[in-house]
Each structure stands twice: as structure tokens, then as C-alpha cells.
Design a protein around this ligand. Structure first.
Ligand code: CA2
Length: 142
């Protein structure tokens, strides 16, 4: 079974700055970790990142049409993109929203997610391991 791991703007900069907030794992490391976890769980995992909202919406439509489970870190879009939320609400398989940092301990504008209400579940503040936990939860739903 395929799982799409979709990442929003700036997540490709992981490991290059703000290590106190996001840790030292690079985006390339994250991709490798997710692919390895996926292999162990018997998933075909594809990790993507974009700073283009329309591209993200297109990927979510692709997942909706193929009933592919999604792990989504919408990054800044989490807090304001109704377009991303509306695309998420059309998904036909589970959606796990992941945030590396604990958005509730940070600036007030990060406390609200427009995605959470349409997600199956949310993992926040557990670092990049949150992605791996999301994959494990999805493996229980197979
Ligand atoms: O904690 C998360 O995973 C966030 O989704 C990350 C977003 C932020 O806007 C959300 O509020 C919470 C930011 C992604 C940018 O990540 C960087 C990592 C390292 C260096 C620069 C940016």
C-alpha cells in the first residue's frame, strides 16, 4: 500500500537553522527515515515537499482519487490555507497531520490549525519521529 508524506513550505530547510525548534535532522535525512520506516511496515512511501500551494492541492487531489493515506505537515499553510484544508476534506483514506515542533507552545498565530478538524489525528511536538509514529498508526489501519 502506498502512503504519501507531503510537506509544505520551508521544510526542505530542515537541519540548516533553528535546531532548537526543529532539531538537526536534515530534509534528506527525514526522507530516508520515512522511506526506511515505510519499508519495515510494508508501505511504499513517497515523500514530497513544495512551496507552491496549487501543487500541494494537486497532490491532495491525487491522494483523494487513489484513496492513498496521507501524512501532512502543511507548515505555515496549516494556520491559514482554506485551499489546503478543503483539499484535505476530500481525502478518502486516513490523514495524519504532523508538526515537528509543539505549535501550542509557540507564537499565538501557530496555535490554530485549519487542517486538524478534517484530519484523522494530529501529532505535534515529537520532532521528526512524529512522521514515523504516523506511519506506524497507519500500519494499524491496513
Ligand atoms: O512544527 C512544524 O512542523 C511546523 O509545521 C513547521 C513550519 C511552521 O510554520 C509551523 O508553524 C510548524 C515551518 C517549517 C519551516 O521549517 C524550517 C526548519 C528549519 C529551518 C527553517 C525552516
Amino acid at each position: 500500500m502506498k502512503v504519501l508524506i507531503l510537506n509544505g513550505p520551508n521544510l526542505d530547510r530542515l537541519g540548516t537553522r533553528e535546531p532548537d525548534v526543529y532539531g538537526r535532522t536534515t530534509y534528506a535525512d527525514l526522507v530516508e527515515m520515512c522511506e526506511a520506516e515505510g519499508r519495515d511496515l510494508g508501505f511504499e512511501v513517497e515523500v514530497r515537499q513544495t512551496a507552491h500551494e496549487g501543487e500541494m492541492v494537486g497532490w491532495l487531489h491525487e491522494a483523494a482519487d487513489a484513496s492513498t493515506p496521507v501524512v501532512l505537515n502543511g507548515a505555515a499553510w496549516t494556520h491559514y490555507s482554506i485551499a489546503v484544508r478543503d483539499a484535505c476534506s476530500q481525502l478518502t483514506a486516513p490523514l495524519v497531520e504532523v508538526h515537528i515542533s509543539n505549535i501550542h507552545q509557540r507564537e499565538e498565530f501557530r496555535h490554530h490549525s485549519v487542517i486538524s478538524a478534517v484530519a484523522s489525528g494530529v501529532i505535534v511536538g515529537l520532532g521528526v519521529e512524529g512522521y514515523l509514529l504516523a506511519l506506524r498508526w497507519l500500519s494499524l489501519k491496513k
